[in-house]
Design a protein around this ligand. Structure first.
Ligand SMILES: [Zn+2]
Length: 66
């Protein structure tokens, strides 16, 4: 294999590795997001399709909850 070919192979390997690393990071972040449950918000009382720890996204933002 020529030196140029080796460089291209190395670049391709590096790109594939970096892409796999980004995908793994994105998957880990997605898995860390709580699934949530539908119901009435404990704070504002409105119904939402997704509550985390009983609180809607709006109230979690407003009161800076996790
Ligand atoms: Zn709420």
């Amino acid at each position: 294999m020529s030196e140029r070919g080796d460089l291209i192979d190395q670049a391709n390997d590096r790109a594939a590795h970096d892409t796999a690393s980004c995908v793994a990071t994105a998957r880990a972040r997605a898995a860390a997001i709580p699934v949530g449950t539908p119901g009435d918000c404990d704070l504002c009382g409105e119904w939402f399709g997704r509550l985390v720890d009983g609180n809607c996204a709006r109230c979690r933002d407003k009161y800076r909850l996790p």
